[in-house]
Ligand binder design. Sequence first.
Ligand SMILES: *[C@@H]1O[C@H](CO)[C@@H](O)[C@H](O)[C@H]1NC(C)=O
Ligand SMILES: *[C@@H]1O[C@H](CO)[C@@H](O)[C@H](O)[C@H]1NC(C)=O
Length: 429
Amino acid sequence: MERFTPKVTFTAATIVLVAYFILPWALKYPVLLGKSRVWEPDPQFANLRETCIALHPSQLHGCEKFKIIGDILFAACVSDWESRRKWFPPMGDLDMSLGDNNVIRDNLYTVDLKTQKLTLLSMPDFPKHIDFCVHGMDVVEVAPGDFSIYMVNHRRGASVVEKFGYKSGSQVALHLATYNGVQQGLINPNDIFAVPPNPGSYPQNEFFVTNDHYFRSSKLGRALEKYLRLPTGSVYYYSNSTGFRRILGRLSNANGIAGFNNRQFDSTQVLGNMVFIASILEGTVAAYRYLPGGVVEKGGFVKLREFAFDFVMDNLAISQDGRWLYLTGHGEPANLDLHWRSPLEVPSASVSYRMSLAELGAYFGNNGEMGESRVERVVVDRMGLIGNASTTAVGDDALNKYWISGLTFRGIMECRLYTSIPYEEEELG
Ligand SMILES: *[C@@H]1O[C@H](CO)[C@@H](O)[C@H](O)[C@H]1NC(C)=O
Ligand SMILES: *[C@@H]1O[C@H](CO)[C@@H](O)[C@H](O)[C@H]1NC(C)=O
């Protein structure tokens, strides 16, 4: 009997390992790759696509991230596809040799959502010889009509965060600061959540940045991170007094990040100091509570809860009424690289969900509600009919509007959110 014991122990341990860790991990691949996806949105959004118009398709190209505050839509967009396909670290493009003028100058736009007026913001004090290669970003309103824009800038020397100031109605973004976290390990910044300043107090320059990959130039490292869904992504925090600090690790591609702004605080007090972070190669989003100004203190950053989804999301956004978290990304991620190389031949499925924040259990509900939250499938578009490789979307129930954009979108799509249920304004009109 005794001779068999080690063998039995070994077998048991192997079974436990396979059953509890390897199997669930492996079974997630077909889900995330969209093998069994039902390629239809929920019925209330069935005709959403037919209502879409492209806002400024000849200027707004590949706006990976946009952000709406009030009536202003801020968008970070590609200016030159040739240079973007050569140099865009998030997609593993690291060819530093550029064309004639040898500097990347992407575009920062505003769209007035009331009039649809487009403004290309000039950056008169941003050094002309320095790359401006945009990716994730966030905007906070520091005083009425006065905004701070934080942007990931993949300069060829180093990926950094730039801060700009913008005043409502102006055509200028003033360059205020550059934050470089390379020394601390922030080498692949992806997206930003800027902490809204307390009304009446000094701006703290406080923000969170996701770091999607650990490897930057190692092709093997990048491939292992992707195909094995290695938990090598992280999140950094910056404030004037702390500098950059790594506050979270072990995420499989830390990507979208979103929290509440001052306008959203009023409607949902409970959700105030909360930030959502996507670990996209696991298809999960986790909610954390943070202490403004005290994130690195003990208890200043606490995980509340994790939510699992069935797709590789990209950016997150919270609706202006604070009631919905929008998650937008890639329904067939295996096609994403192919689409990036051959955009006219291979589609890359756009998928966009939203999760109710008003009905969440335990930590979230205003009245102690429990249980899972409602998740709605707004866009499930395998052929990229609305656009390919969606990355950002947000809706507005009160306006019955929905905006979506992505890596290779032309224009930002403005759609009606609900189409198949009769709407009051229609009856009145
Ligand atoms: C943080 O630093 C910025 C730029 O150096 C400065 O303008 C701001 O006043 C500082 N804020 C605080 C609260 O110290
Ligand atoms: C999405 O990509 C496919 C395949 O390249 C293309 O046929 C389609 O026109 C694209 N969609 C849009 C809206 O451009």
